[in-house]
Design a protein around this ligand. Structure first.
Ligand SMILES: Nc1nc2c(ncn2[C@@H]2O[C@H](COP(=O)(O)OP(=O)(O)OP(=O)(O)O)[C@@H](O)[C@H]2O)c(=O)[nH]1
Length: 356
């Protein structure tokens, strides 16, 4: 079940409940059972789903609800709140500060999209005026350095790596030192992919972390990982201090529920999601807008962010003034079309609103 289907199933369950003439315990149970089924089919861990169900029942206590209370609204709010809680560990991750050198280490399973995501993360910050740099400490996969080099060159981001050196710890330390000297403020260390069964590779990852002392370790997870997400994420957390999660390939046909399980396993928030292979197919992740979108309520804050990104704040009053004077010229229309195109593929824009 892809995430949009999960959202569809949950909103259908809510709709069915809303259609009932009287909202009683039986109607609530039916609605919760539907939601539980949808979450389990999306690969969310069983325990998380069960806890959510118990919490909602506690929040919606029919005996305590006086007549006249809007039960539908209370139930909807409880479901929204619990879904948010599943995705929000309650404490924000370390946030690097512009101008102050931070080391961010990327870890994850093989093929999860680490190398691609490192560049996206660097590019995202570079666009906001940071001085990022990339270090390739993946000596395991042949071609990893070439891939990082190619991505970094395309984005004009400095990089460090070696074709000869086989010790990832040495490369990582050298790279971090070099970029600290060059006053880079975001030094990103890419490591090789590994599974929890590979003890030697886990030990190597621990050593890279110990030697580079990262300010933040980001666990990169492919959204299609499914039920294995919890155990794998927990194994990473036990070896290195994972502080944040990035979920990749959210554009694919993944079930996506593993994301919820990874948050629970690492007790770390999801900070970004990858939505395609290209460098700019990368979105900041915010729990509430995401859950709103999942429930078909639209993400107007994300939509407004996009508008602010493409129409600079200082030009907005001028534009409004011209429009209010009925001064809508062909040039303004052309500029606005250009701005709409800058917002990205029209599908992405529609997805932020509820136009899809
Ligand atoms: N559709 C889609 N593809 C992605 C996304 N992120 C990464 N990929 C693709 O996933 C594949 C694997 O990505 P890599 O960045 O090489 O993965 P990796 O984790 O560095 O691989 P290892 O070093 O072998 O562990 C590549 O083909 C990427 O283009 C995403 O958000 N969406």
């Amino acid at each position: 079940m892809v995430l949009s289907e999960l959202g569809g199933s949950i909103s259908r369950a809510l709709q069915q409940m809303s259609n009932a003439t009287i909202i009683d315990e039986k109607v609530l149970n039916e609605c919760l059972n539907e939601i539980t089924r949808a979450l389990l089919q999306s690969d969310v861990q069983f325990k998380l789903v069960r806890d959510m169900q118990t919490n909602i029942k506690k929040l919606v206590n029919f005996d305590d609800l006086a007549a006249g209370h809007n039960k539908r609204k209370i139930i909807q709010q409880a479901i929204f709140q619990e879904l948010c809680k599943m995705l929000d560990p309650g404490k924000p991750s370390f946030t690097p500060k512009k101008g102050k050198a931070s080391v961010v280490m990327f870890v994850g399973l093989q093929g999860s999209g680490k190398t691609t995501t490192c560049t996206k993360y660097a590019y995202y910050h570079q666009k906001k005026g940071w001085k990022p740099a990339l270090v390739c400490a993946d000596t395991f996969r042949a071609g990893a350095f070439d891939q990082l080099k190619q991505n970094a060159t395309k984005a004009k981001i400095p990089f460090y790596g070696s074709y000869m050196e086989s010790d990832p710890v040495k490369i990582a330390v050298e790279g971090v030192e070099r970029f600290k000297k060059e006053n880079c403020d975001l030094i990103i260390v890419d490591t090789s992919g590994r599974h929890k069964q590979e003890a030697a590779l886990f030990e190597e990852m621990r050593q890279v972390s110990e030697a580079t002392r990262p300010d933040l370790v980001i666990f990169v997870m492919d959204s299609s990982i499914g039920q294995a997400a919890f155990d794998q994420a927990q194994a990473f957390k036990q070896s290195v201090a994972v502080g944040a999660v990035i979920i990749t390939k959210m554009d694919g046909h993944a079930k996506g529920g593993g994301a919820l399980s990874a948050v629970a396993a690492t007790k770390s928030p999801v900070i970004f999601i990858g939505t395609g292979e290209h460098m700019d197919e990368f979105e900041v992740f915010d729990v509430k807008p995401f859950v709103s979108r999942l429930l078909g309520m639209g993400d107007w804050s994300g939509f407004m962010d996009k508008i602010h990104e493409v129409v600079p704040m200082d030009q907005q009053p001028e534009l409004l003034q011209k429009l209010s004077e009925g001064n809508f010229t062909l040039r303004i229309m052309y500029e606005q079309f250009q701005n709409i195109l800058k917002m990205g593929p029209i599908g992405q824009v529609c997805h932020l609103s509820t136009l899809h």
